[in-house]
Design a protein around this ligand. Sequence first.
Ligand SMILES: Cc1cc2nc3c(=O)[nH]c(=O)nc-3n(C[C@H](O)[C@H](O)[C@H](O)COP(=O)(O)O)c2cc1C
Length: 375
Amino acid sequence: MDRRIFLKKSMATTALLGAGLVMPSCARNLRSELMEQKALLTISGVEQKTWKILHYASLAPSGHNSQPWFVEIINENEWIIGADAKRRLPQVDKTNREVILSLGAFIENLVQAAAATGFHVDVEVIARDRFDSRIARVNLTRAPLVDIPLKRLSTRRTVKTHLLPRELKTADVTAFSKLCQGHLYYFPRGTTHSDLMAKESVDNFKRQFENQKAIEEAAHWTRLSDKDARKFRDGLTTDGMEITGIVGWFVRNFMDNQDVMGQTFRQKGIEKTIKQAGEGAGWLVITSEGTSVEGLIECGRRFQRMALLAREKMIALHPMTQTLEEKQGQKKVRENHEAGIIPQFMLRVGYLDKYPDPVSLRRPVDWFLAKSGAI
Ligand SMILES: Cc1cc2nc3c(=O)[nH]c(=O)nc-3n(C[C@H](O)[C@H](O)[C@H](O)COP(=O)(O)O)c2cc1C
């Protein structure tokens, strides 16, 4: 390590240990600061309705918060939803499975935001292959307003800590299962399947942390400093990784993407994953029929329908995807399910006492609008 950086980090560590004296305010919400004021602005040339619906669509979750979408406006009521090749995760999502699932979540948000604005949306999947650029065509037609609170879309978030061990109520599982059209399985804490999923999540997380290329990819999508978070408005911030308080402040100010690839960060990541895997009420698995683009889009939509209701039920959902990304994990999944059952989401689940506000950032709509074709 360069002597200057070493000194800077040593001084910071000393400051950290003397926390009470130097600690700045840790109360922060970059998301509301950046996104709420932006939400008031419109973009020249784009209708207010279009902007609003696309803004809500973009609040969808995505792997590493890579926001792999672009939108091409054909005319005021016909749009193409595309997958931005620059936002793929080739190391951990080799088959583009998670990109398509994330686009499914984006489309579900779009459909619900449009319904709440007085439009019905017809969705036609046009991609034949997961690597196609243009994925779906959406057509909007005027329709009676549907009573969907847009707050559901703007307050949904992934929650990774403080999940309670209390078993999910049957009524909640049934409601989720309906939204997933029956493609949902709940494995309560303490069951063989739940224990297996927790173990596999940790084992496959460790595997990824030993894979230099996967680590480099994660570092590429990590926005440790506020400067980077403001500049890119995507990826994983300290808030998104739930590195909070003084540790979050330290990481934001004294660590960089090089550190993400270092031993300390890896070790902390593994410790955190072990703790997380041990928390909560068990696991939910969402399955798909087949692995076509249509099947995956539908599965992403199922997940999102459920995620949009989770907050009202005080339920945290935390996708832990490493098992589905790694060869050994996929093999274990295959061995433990019948051939027709294809898990696409493995979600740690649990009730919360307090639901935190969303913190992950999004690019403004004009950043993901394409003039024509791919961006
Ligand atoms: C397909 C998919 C896979 C994901 N995999 C993981 C994962 O393995 N671990 C994790 O902590 N979060 C995972 N997430 C959650 C994202 O990191 C999260 O959605 C993103 O950072 C945006 O944050 P938000 O959901 O709070 O808006 C995944 C999300 C999606 C849609």
